[in-house]
Write a protein that binds this ligand. Sequence first.
Ligand code: PRP
Length: 210
Amino acid sequence: MRYITFALSKGRLTELSIELLEGAGIDCTELKEDSRKLILSDDKNKIRFFLAKPADVPVYVEYGAADIGIVGKDTLIEEGRDLYEVLDLGFARCRMCVAGPKELEGKMDSVSITRVATKYPEVARTYFRHKRRESVEIIKLSGSVELAPLVGLSEVIVDLVETGRTLKENGLVVLDTISEISARMVVNRVSMKMENQRITKIIEGIRKQL
Ligand code: PRP
């Protein structure tokens, strides 16, 4: 029997992902050890895991280097990979939003926006292409995106809003909501066919806890 491989997102999703796997009867002891080993396993259940940067998780799953992935919907819509999204895991909930200074509230359709800063260029490009006739320049940043409108890099941003605290403390507001975000479980299309029984059993073990 071959190993089923999980790609988990490194960072804020890691801990809750491990909890869900444990709840489904998967032994994550090795995964929880502070080690430099890149691939960890539950040999009894013939399951192995690795942690990757969130943006890389859909890549590993699409190519079949991992059978199953746990990753945020934000990353899935940005990466646009060909995968089965099988479960909404319900944690790490937030919203993908357009945000900007209060002065733009209710004026999104009338003011001219020339630049948008974001960690999600594809999401921003798609949104502005469909919503607006004028073309906007998308500026990709790696983090602290809220800075951009404060220092004049862009008029608005496309970013995740969880509690809204970062926006509030910087005098910014949500101008439009693009989509609801949460952690998702994704499966490689070929694995879903070839290992259907084992993968379905894992999905059911996780679904029961949601
Ligand atoms: C995320 C997001 C916002 C913030 C929203 O950033 O990009 O900046 O959290 O959370 P809030 O609505 O609860 O304030 P993250 O902490 O991942 O850091 P980053 O900006 O450096 O990516």
